[in-house]
Design a protein around this ligand. Sequence first.
Ligand SMILES: NC(=O)C1=CN([C@@H]2O[C@H](COP(=O)(O)OP(=O)(O)OC[C@H]3O[C@@H](n4cnc5c(N)ncnc54)[C@H](OP(=O)(O)O)[C@@H]3O)[C@@H](O)[C@H]2O)C=CC1
Length: 444
Amino acid sequence: MGEVCIIGAGSSGIAACQVLAERGIGFDCFEVGSEVGGNWRYGNDNNMSSAYRSLHINTSRQLMQYASYPMAEDLPAYPSHFQIARYFDDFVDHFGLRERITFRTEVTAVRPAPGGGYEVTTRQRDCGTEHTEHYHSVLVANGHHWNPRWPDPAFPGADTFTGEQVHSHHYREFQPYVGKRVLVLGIGNSACDIAVETSRVAERTFLAMRRGAHILPKYLFGVPTDHLTTSPVAKGPFWLRRLTLRLLLAVARGRVTGFGLPEPDHKVLSAHPTISDDLLTRLGHGDIAVRPNIARFEGDTVHFVDGSSERIDVVVYCTGYRITFPFLDESVITSADNEVALFHRVVPPDHPGLYFLGLIQPLGAIMPLAEAQSHWIADLIQGRVRLPGTAAMHREIREYRAALRRRYVSSKRHTIQVDFLDYLAELRRARAVDSRPKPSVTVQ
Ligand SMILES: NC(=O)C1=CN([C@@H]2O[C@H](COP(=O)(O)OP(=O)(O)OC[C@H]3O[C@@H](n4cnc5c(N)ncnc54)[C@H](OP(=O)(O)O)[C@@H]3O)[C@@H](O)[C@H]2O)C=CC1
């Protein structure tokens, strides 16, 4: 029986490989593509990356690096996907992990085994050979930004619209949009990046949204804005963080309505942050026109909910992603409406030995959090700490969901949110629940 199976060699999977190797825990890691890096590998032959050519990360280098392997100081504050993929290559080579990853191999099924552990079936992409192996533990790190979420139900008339309809997952370069009338839907980070890019080459770019957003600049007072998430203020109560950010934005950026965006229907930090300096400039230049949500399609025309309409050549749906695990049966885990029941966002209470990595959406970056999750998982595997009973785990999940509902706008994009420092502290506390047998006398 194998010890641990890691599914995926993206930014979370390779963090787990590093931690488990350091702890001397045996593992097999399977990656469907030919290289590490997952979403951050542009043109990844696993066909799951959503990266576009111009993508730069919107969290700073200092916040995205693994604690075990800092990024080079000469990288920019917000590296490109090319630089990030190179960093992941350096990371696996530095720790000698590449040889331990089985590439071009897809995990097709994970089934609980009758006597404990899991039967994992893999298929080699090149020859189709299938193999099933029994593991004590399985770490799921298959990512959550690869399965496009389209509006459901589709907007009336969408099936007869004569223009093109694409999802941001498939957007790569600006060339196909040159001279076109482009409608970008959504006000998340994909929508802003893509609208900014098409606005430089398209005949017209429209940005439609069903609610407004508090657009955060990438820099405040000459430092990357996300440095605030590790500042002393971020250690204060939530109301103070929110108030501080609201005041900073009021001073540094002013009202978003001044740029032609609708007034957000929620407070700052009640939605996943949309981070863009360029969007505000492009709006100010008049190169992006703001519209409310789509009402319906008719021929080559899009009608909006305010009664206005535009002739459109291509709609880019930047409407987010579905959380899915194609290799897991619904009797093991469900993810309807992006809700996944995980204790501390890692452990499904009723399935010992199954763990989920990087299934979080932080205000900050996932990578160091996935690394911290891996340390907790390694503690659990090695018996250094113990989980509470299933009732207590389900209670924690209910409390987490209730807290999300109190804080966030109701949306399928707000089901796995965490605050960077708070979540690190939560994992530290989980790791401190030490259940190892203690010697009854102290020996000096
Ligand atoms: N540079 C970077 O680092 C980038 C990072 N990302 C990250 O990738 C993740 C995914 O981002 P993104 O692709 O923008 O997706 P998001 O889920 O963050 O945003 C989806 C947007 O589409 C809207 N929407 C969803 N369904 C509908 C609908 N039926 N009708 C109208 N509007 C709809 C949502 O509105 P509502 O809020 O009302 O649900 C929201 O504005 C995020 O974590 C993001 O931060 C993305 C791009 C670039």
